[in-house]
Ligand binder design. Structure first.
Ligand SMILES: [Zn+2]
Length: 124
C-alpha cells in the first residue's frame, strides 16, 4: 500500500466517480485517486482532466519559476535532423537522417537508427 502514489490534481477529489468514493457506510468521502502508477504528466496525474486543473492553478507560476520564453527559439539546419524510414529503389527498408530544412538525406545504419543517443544534430 505504501508504494501507491497520489494524483497531484488539485481537484481530483472533486470528481465524483465511484472509484473515488471511499470509507464506511455513513462516513464516505470522495478522495484523491491513489495508484501504483499514473499515465499523465510524467506519472503525476490520473487523467488529463487532473493535469489540466493543476496547470490552470499552477502553470503560470511554474513557467515563471523555470523561465518564461521571451523570444522564439529557432530550429536551424544544424539541428533539424530527424531519423526516419525510407525505401530504396529495390523497395528495401532503409534508415536515413532527413534534414527538415535543407531536405538533405544521409544514410543511417539500423544500429544508429535504434541508438537513441546517436545524433548528428548540434546545438539545442
Ligand atoms: Zn486525479
Amino acid at each position: 500500500m505504501s508504494d501507491l502514489k497520489l494524483c497531484q490534481g488539485t481537484q481530483c477529489h472533486m470528481h465524483m466517480t465511484q472509484d473515488r468514493l471511499k470509507g464506511q457506510q455513513g462516513n464516505k468521502t470522495y478522495q484523491t485517486r491513489r495508484r501504483s502508477s499514473f499515465y499523465y504528466g510524467g506519472g503525476n496525474f490520473c487523467s488529463l482532466w487532473c493535469q489540466n486543473e493543476w496547470f490552470s492553478e499552477f502553470g503560470n507560476k511554474a513557467i515563471d519559476h523555470f523561465g518564461r520564453l521571451t523570444e522564439p527559439k529557432h530550429l536551424t539546419e544544424q539541428n533539424a535532423w530527424s531519423k526516419c524510414h525510407d525505401w530504396d529503389s529495390d523497395h528495401n527498408l532503409v534508415y536515413v537522417y532527413l534534414n527538415g530544412i535543407t531536405k538533405e538525406r544521409r544514410p543511417l545504419t539500423e544500429a544508429q537508427y535504434n541508438d537513441t543517443s546517436y545524433t548528428i544534430n548540434t546545438g539545442e
